[in-house]
Design a protein around this ligand. Structure first.
Ligand SMILES: CC(C)(COP(=O)(O)OP(=O)(O)OC[C@H]1O[C@@H](n2cnc3c(N)ncnc32)[C@H](O)[C@@H]1OP(=O)(O)O)[C@@H](O)C(=O)NCCC(=O)NCCS
Length: 276
């Protein structure tokens, strides 16, 4: 049942076309927002409208959120830009995350909303920065970024965790993802989700979440368990065992309660329970 979790990109022409559209769309939405609310001038210009690329705008908004007396906005912007230049796949992931939020969160009508305002999206992008630093032996700075994100957003993702693309972290308060956790592509999770250890194991001790899994609010997945593709975890569940692909589990401790109707419930945000 356990197999490596694929976090490679979907390079279909449809996805490439969506990615190419993203930056012009973001600029146009933000320009409209400014027209409707000139008081946001000092926020929207330096966050998006003064920039010529998505990379620059993303670096600017992340730096604006994270800076503090001990790490300047300018240094943070430069750091993000350098990392995006060194590994452009991080930008592709960010774009796919943005599209995921727009497509799956019914409250989100425009891609500019998560970009400017959602801590789930922004916290995830800062994890991507910390992860790059970790993998490139700059662990002190990776930990610094992790701890600032945790203070600011209550999102505590270990920089060594592996997370795919097209991820939705909705509401995003109190998210904990441990060091050896793996999260596949197109996973959706709500607030107060823990992908943690049981406290009884060392080494590889965190959950492995395959692609297209939907994790309900408050769910705790504990230990080195494998949650199969397209599975669904009910809100408030404590998952202590492997979960079969396309299976719905719920309860404390979680037990199978049905089969998932869609192949990827995380994409459809399908919370329904189907017996099977
Ligand atoms: C409770 C805990 C300490 C395990 O204790 P344990 O005595 O070793 O328990 P076991 O794993 O042997 O499980 C014993 C039984 O309790 C159940 N169980 C274990 N943890 C449980 C939990 N958190 N909630 C409900 N039931 C739980 C198991 O399903 C098992 O039931 P069974 O005998 O019917 O199969 C551990 O599961 C836990 O919850 N640790 C906290 C981890 C945590 O907070 N991690 C977050 C890190 S960020």
């Amino acid at each position: 049942m356990n197999r490596p979790i694929d976090i490679t990109f979907d390079s279909s022409p449809k996805t490439s076309a969506q990615l190419a559209q993203l930056w012009p769309q973001l600029q146009s939405e933000v320009a409209q927002e400014l027209e409707g609310e000139p008081l946001l001038n000092e926020f929207l210009l330096p966050a998006v409208l003064e920039h010529s690329t998505f990379n620059c705008a993303l670096s600017a908004i992340l730096a604006q959120k994270l800076y503090c007396p001990t790490l300047s906005q300018l240094n943070l912007r430069k750091l993000c830009l350098e990392i995006y230049e060194a590994d452009p796949s991080i930008i592709t992931s960010a774009m796919l995350d943005l599209i995921a939020v727009r497509q799956r969160d019914p409250a989100c009508k425009r891609i500019s909303v998560p970009f400017l305002y959602y801590k789930g999206f922004q916290g995830l992008q800062l994890y991507r920065i910390a992860n790059w630093l970790w993998l490139n032996d700059r662990r002190a700075l990776a930990r610094y970024v992790q701890s600032r994100v945790s203070e600011l957003f209550a999102i505590d993702i270990h920089p060594a965790a592996t997370i795919g693309n097209g991820i939705l972290i909705d509401h995003a308060s109190s998210i904990v993802i441990g060091e050896t956790a793996v999260v596949g592509n197109n996973v959706s999770m709500l607030h107060e989700v823990t992908l943690g250890g049981t406290g009884k194991a060392t080494g590889d001790r965190h959950p492995k979440i395959a692609s297209g899994v939907l994790i309900g609010a408050g769910a705790k997945v504990l230990g080195n368990v494998f949650v199969g593709e397209g599975a669904k975890i009910g809100a408030g569940s404590v998952v202590l065992n492997n979960v079969l692909a396309h299976c719905t589990v719920a309860g404390v401790p979680a037990v199978p309660v049905g089969r998932c109707s869609g192949t990827q419930p995380a994409l459809e945000m399908d919370h329904s329970l189907q017996q099977g």
